[in-house]
Design a protein around this ligand. Structure first.
Ligand SMILES: *Cc1c(COP(=O)(O)O)cnc(C)c1O
Length: 366
């Protein structure tokens, strides 16, 4: 059986260094807000290309605290609107509604699956305060047009970089393209911890300060609280492990790209639509997503051939019970994507033999 993702094999890829890193922290007796997190924050900021990085508990918190910080700074107020792609993972949207801000769902482009930059301007109102782009599946969602719209309407550009650690756009790294970015180190992400983790990167000094404080109960000095904050910290063990994995992220992503290239060059089936990748730097293939009108039979066929394929995601946010007020909304492109997508196994450890059997199985679908 070729699993969709085998996290144990990812961990083995980074052994014994991650065991050594964890032991170092265990033996140190210092588990929160110590040297490891300080070092990782510095390394990650340098890697992304921002002045600052704050480690937080997970990717959802990263986004949630960014928006909360903008509210504390007076940049946003309850009821303000944030533009977000309709086909994102639900966390991007929860981060907005949790702050009593209003998500404005914009359809993706059917070829790139990223927010359709031609549909953003008509969604902007006097209440719009930010565009949250999501580098979905690991592909850069930024375009110069989006940058220009942010300037023209004085909007913040927030990047949800949960799926795209290490992705490049015109020589810059995603997470440094906008005003601020949220990152996730969920184990299955391209830069995964051995548990939950997340980060906020920005070059805005006041924003960094506010996020850092909010993530630590709203504290600005020991036992002095300026905000009703959260407890959202990236702990020392995870930070130490992430430092090891960060040093190999580019190599891991390189293997993902090789696997993707092999799939792109060798999958050949009239009923299967492959991802379109105009810029090979601008995709780190967190997921390799194909589309088919007969997605469910294709998935069954692959399963019978010993290959696990998953659906990202089967139900779009506006059709979820969590957002019942949107259930009647029609977003045909988003709905089409959710009905047709299927993700093939892709990972830094995957062997040539395994990807060949994935290709053979896909091409044999009838
Ligand atoms: C994983 C993910 C998140 C949330 O990250 P967690 O660490 O799981 O909280 C947010 N947005 C997107 C697009 C994601 O894929």
């Amino acid at each position: 059986m070729i699993k969709f993702l085998d996290i144990q094999r990812i961990t083995e890829l980074h052994s014994p260094e991650i065991h050594e890193a964890a032991s170092r922290v265990i033996n140190s007796g210092w588990y929160l807000l110590g040297e490891e997190i300080a070092r990782f924050e510095k390394e990650y900021a340098r890697y992304i290309g921002t002045d600052y990085c704050v480690g937080v508990a997970n990717g959802l918190d990263a986004l949630r605290i960014i928006l909360r910080a903008y509210k504390e700074m007076g940049v946003m107020h309850e009821g303000d609107e944030i533009i977000v792609p309709a086909n994102t993972f639900i966390a991007s949207i929860i981060a907005i509604t949790d702050n009593r801000l209003v998500p404005v769902l914009v359809e993706p482009n059917i070829n790139s699956y990223q927010i359709d930059d031609a549909k953003i301007e008509s969604a902007i109102t006097p209440k719009t305060k930010a565009i949250m782009i999501v580098h979905l599946y690991g592909q850069c969602a930024y375009s110069e047009k989006i940058g220009q719209l942010c300037q023209k309407y004085n909007l913040k550009l927030i990047e949800d970089n949960a799926q795209a650690s290490g992705c490049k756009y015109n020589g810059k790294t995603t997470g440094s393209l906008g005003d601020v970015a949220g990152h996730s180190f969920y184990p299955g992400k391209n830069l995964g911890a051995l548990g939950d983790g997340g980060a906020v990167t920005t070059s805005d000094r006041l924003l960094d300060k506010t996020v850092r404080s909010l993530a630590n109960y709203g504290s600005t000095a020991k036992y002095i609280f300026d905000y009703q904050g959260y407890n959202s910290r990236l702990d020392e063990i995870q930070a130490a492990i992430l430092s090891v994995k960060l040093s190999r992220l580019d190599k891991d992503n390189q293997r993902r790209k090789e696997v993707a290239r092999y799939y792109l060059e060798n999958i050949n089936h009239p009923e299967i639509i492959l991802p379109k990748v105009p810029d090979r730097d601008a995709h780190v293939f967190h997921l390799f997503v194909i589309r088919s009108h007969r997605r469910d039979s294709l998935r069954e066929h692959l399963h019978d051939q010993g290959i696990e394929a998953l659906i990202h995601y089967p139900v779009p946010p506006h059709k979820q019970k969590a957002y019942k007020e949107w259930n009647d909304m029609e977003l045909p492109i988003t709905e089409k994507i959710h009905a047709e997508v299927l993700s093939l196994p892709i990972a830094p450890y995957i062997t040539d033999k395994e990807i060949k059997s994935v290709v053979d199985a896909v091409n044999a679908f009838c």
